[in-house]
Design a binder for this molecule. Structure first.
Ligand SMILES: [Fe+2]
Length: 227
């Protein structure tokens, strides 16, 4: 990282660690606002697992692949390939389907529709193939997933399920994935800088809205209806 050619204050910020700190603060905020399990009905617990599955099972590999298509630095590509290889070789989507089904929380049509608009926003953002911003979004996502796993395991327990392969695997491996992806962001900045005036956090903000749809789906629907 110390060999990068710095061309903007933003890159200085990254090397100083302030971007990592900002992402950590956003993840902390999401984790801090997770609904209190003791106040959730079994149906509300089911909904969170189901909406999480509706987003992750079919999209994580797609989004990591979109990020691969967007990046130009060889180092970033290698980091993504390692990540994708693990996802495909160990079939993380299959793990997640088993996890959701064991908790009797496989997504229904209503669950898929509840996350629909925010999901589309993230898909369209990644379709713009902006290397730095896409990597930043996936680094944020990996950080969040790792922190979210113990809560997801608690949700499954509340549904009477003891299936833990998905949460055990992601509570460990994603620590390394997120650190590698943050390293990839700085590498990508040096060879494929963002366009002037673009927002480094564009995807992070859109993904944050999607995470709120997953975790606070019913409350968000009511808030939108009242607005
Ligand atoms: Fe995974």
């Amino acid at each position: 990282m110390n060999k990068l050619t710095l061309t903007s204050p933003l890159q200085d910020d990254l090397l100083e660690g302030s971007i990592d700190e900002r992402i950590t603060a956003i993840v902390d905020d999401h984790i801090g606002r997770l609904p209190n399990l003791e106040r959730l009905t079994s149906e509300e617990v089911r909904g969170i697992i189901a909406r999480y599955s509706a987003v992750l099972e079919g999209n994580f590999i797609y989004w990591m692949t979109a990020t691969y298509l967007a990046v130009k630095s060889e180092e970033a590509r290698e980091i993504i390939i390692e990540n994708l290889t693990e996802e495909v070789r160990d079939s993380h989507p299959a793990m997640l389907r088993i996890f959701a089904t064991a908790a009797d929380a496989y997504p229904t049509e209503a669950d898929s529709l509840a996350i629909g608009p925010d999901l589309t926003n993230v898909r369209l953002f990644l379709g713009k193939l902006q290397g730095v911003q896409s990597l930043m979004t996936m680094a944020f996502f990996e950080s969040y997933i790792q922190r979210f796993m113990s809560y997801l395991a608690d949700l499954a327990a509340a549904r009477g399920s003891a299936e833990r392969v998905y949460t055990d695997v992601h509570g460990v491996c994603d620590v390394e994935h997120s650190q590698e992806l943050f390293r990839a962001v700085s590498l990508e900045m040096s060879v494929n800088p963002m366009k002037p005036g673009s927002n480094l956090y564009e995807g992070v903000e859109l993904l944050s809205a999607l995470l709120d749809s997953i975790n606070h789906g019913a409350a968000r629907a009511v808030a939108n209806w009242r607005a």
